[in-house]
Write a protein that binds this ligand. Structure first.
Ligand code: IPD
Ligand code: CA
Ligand code: CA
Length: 257
């Protein structure tokens, strides 16, 4: 039985983080770069991750944390409870658009997904999934739009990968109704989970980029795997294919043909 007290605590954290992010638009924040000129990080990414890590450490001692900005733990095995945190997914959108970003939190036990949370503060939208209990959008049980075939719906990916034709993405684009790139994994997960897109495909995704969405897909009965169909792991980043089982099979066939 899932611990609903923990659930309410996580939702409170996310709304608090959202208020802090929204208030940050009232002042100047410092912005830095990481691996390239276009890989942005801000004081808010670091502040929020540090804050969430401290909250988990004081509320749930013994649990470990995998997170983007380095405040979590070095995790080399999947034993016990492990949280994943992306404090701001879509940092470039946060800086350049002031919308289309959000916070992602996942919870795993012995490497298996337990719960996932996706929260976008600018529209106050929360999608969460608890394995065995279901998936909820702003507290209403999700009724996903029906996506039977790739040809009737949309591919979500990143423009750079589509242009490079990684994972045969141009062929997947041609087989789909069309494709979209939103610049944030959180939005792509939200859209594919709600059935607003048929599939979300990435040649590479970090653990904090896919873990929360993976847990929600698990709660919904959607498939979320690597591009060869093998299972994801919270110990390493990998390629990513997200879709309902029928479309997932269609996409894997195009990638691996
Ligand atoms: C990035 C976004 C982007 C995806 C990158 C991620 P960040 O996350 O989700 O859409 O293409 O791979 O790293 O850096 O904004 O947390
Ligand atoms: Ca991210
Ligand atoms: Ca991030």
């Amino acid at each position: 039985m899932f611990d609903y007290q923990l659930h309410h605590i996580v939702v409170t954290w996310l709304r608090y983080a959202g208020d802090i992010i929204k208030n940050s638009f009232e002042r100047d924040i410092w912005i830095d770069t990481k691996e390239s000129d276009r890989d942005l990080v801000t004081e808010m990414d670091r502040f929020l991750e540090k804050d969430l890590v401290q909250r988990i450490r004081s509320g749930f001692p013994g649990h470990r944390i995998i997170s983007e900005e380095g405040f979590g733990d070095t995790v080399r095995d999947t034993k016990g409870f492990i949280w994943t945190i992306d404090p701001i997914d879509g940092t470039m959108n946060y800086v350049k658009q002031r919308e289309n970003f959000g916070t992602m939190i996942g919870l795993f036990y012995n490497g298996n997904p337990i719960a996932g949370y996706l929260y976008t503060p600018m529209d106050d939208k929360l999608i969460y999934g608890i394995v065995g209990e279901g998936v909820f959008v702003n507290e209403r049980r999700l009724k996903p739009m029906d996506v039977s075939h790739l040809k009737d719906s949309i591919l979500l990916t990143s423009n750079e990968y589509l242009l490079r034709n990684d994972l045969n993405l141009q062929e997947i684009h041609a087989a789909a109704f069309s494709s979209r790139a939103t610049g944030a994994s959180i939005l792509k997960f939200m859209q594919v989970i709600e059935g607003k897109a048929a599939t979300f495909v990435m040649p590479h995704s970090h653990v904090w980029d896919f873990a929360a969405g993976w847990a929600i897909c698990e709660a919904l009965g959607m498939k979320c795997t690597q591009s060869d169909g093998s299972p994801l792991s919270i110990l390493q980043g990998s390629s990513l294919v997200v879709a309902n089982p029928t479309v997932h099979q269609e996409v894997l066939e195009i990638i691996n043909q």
